[in-house]
Design a protein around this ligand. Structure first.
Ligand code: NAP
Length: 279
């Protein structure tokens, strides 16, 4: 039977470690504050923002909420972010995506100071990651590295295949696996004979956004499978990119959905917030 990689347990472990670190910082008079900006009231964003605030409260990070109306202009949002950049009492800035369509997301991401870019989306953070400099790393792929390490799964020398090349998952995942000395292949929607490539992976990361797309024929015997997908199936049930029932008997370790990668994203956001004040 495959090892079930428990993201709930590992994310809790990380938040507990951070909580102790934040307590120690507070004893030295250092506090951490995250500004959380939401424009409009997209229900999914409201849930994400609420969960981020809850995690902040647990770890001991102050979260300052900026809830702006849907009609907020791009200029108004740019001004707010610039003010937060200047505000020494704010350590991290998170602008919840997606933004309403009249606002240019890339411009807002670029306006956030790279020193407060806890989502790791700023081009400076992305560049630092690729050249191996210290900086903020996109939370989901950073969480996947923690899942592997804390489950005792080595990356060095392994054949790692990523399905998906998005800026928030696939590409930073490739940089991180490379940093850990994995041998990395990135695939995408134009990749020919996908299953031929994925079935050679020692570690397969599925991040394509297609419900239960990865079946047993895509996977090598004994592989480690990380399922990033968060999809709804025809019945509206939450499911991953991996067909868990089909794949699990064949592999050595696998993440469930829910309870795998999902909880790690917020834990790593908390880690990035603490990182803003680490020496
Ligand atoms: P995205 O921006 O839509 O990117 C999807 C990627 O998959 C693209 O690079 C696309 O290729 C590739 N792709 C699509 N169909 C493919 C196919 N048939 N074969 C190979 N590659 C294919 O998605 P994302 O933001 O990376 O998210 C991916 C999934 O992870 C979604 O289900 C999302 O909800 C989930 N997610 C979960 C978390 C979490 O915290 N658990 C965080 C982020 C995302 P092209 O580039 O060629 O279009």
């Amino acid at each position: 039977m495959a090892q079930l990689i428990d993201g709930k347990r590992i994310s809790q472990e990380i938040k507990d470690e951070l909580k102790i670190e934040v307590q120690k910082m507070e004893e030295q008079g250092i506090s951490v504050c995250l500004a959380v900006v939401q424009v409009g009231n997209d229900p999914a964003s409201t849930v994400y923002v609420r969960n981020k605030k809850k995690a902040c409260a647990y770890v001991g990070i102050e979260s300052r909420a900026y809830e702006l109306p849907e009609e907020t202009t791009e200029e108004e949002l740019v001004r707010l972010v610039e003010e937060l950049n200047q505000d020494a009492s704010v350590n991290g800035i998170l602008v919840q995506l997606p933004l309403p369509s009249h606002i240019d997301e890339d411009r807002i991401i670029r306006t956030i100071s790279p020193d407060k870019d806890v989502d790791g989306f700023h081009p400076v953070s992305v560049g630092r990651l690729w050249i191996g400099e210290k900086g903020f790393v996109s939370c989901t792929p950073a969480g996947i590295i923690q899942l592997l390490k804390r489950s005792g799964i080595g990356i060095e020398g392994k054949n790692c295949v990523i399905a998906g090349r998005s800026n928030i998952v696939g590409k930073p995942m490739a940089a991180l696996l490379l940093r850990e000395n994995g041998t990395v292949t990135v695939t995408h929607s134009r990749t020919k004979n996908l299953s031929e490539i994925t079935s050679k992976a020692d570690i397969l990361i599925a991040a394509i956004g297609k419900a239960r797309f990865i079946t047993a024929e895509y996977v090598k015997d004994g592989a480690v499978v990380i399922d990033v997908g968060m999809n709804r199936d025809e019945e509206g049930h939450l499911c991953g990119d991996v067909d868990f029932e089909d794949v699990e008997p064949k592999v050595s370790a696998i993440t469930p959905v829910p309870g795998g990668v999902g909880p790690m994203t917020i834990a790593m956001l908390m880690n990035n917030c603490v990182e803003t004040v680490r020496c």
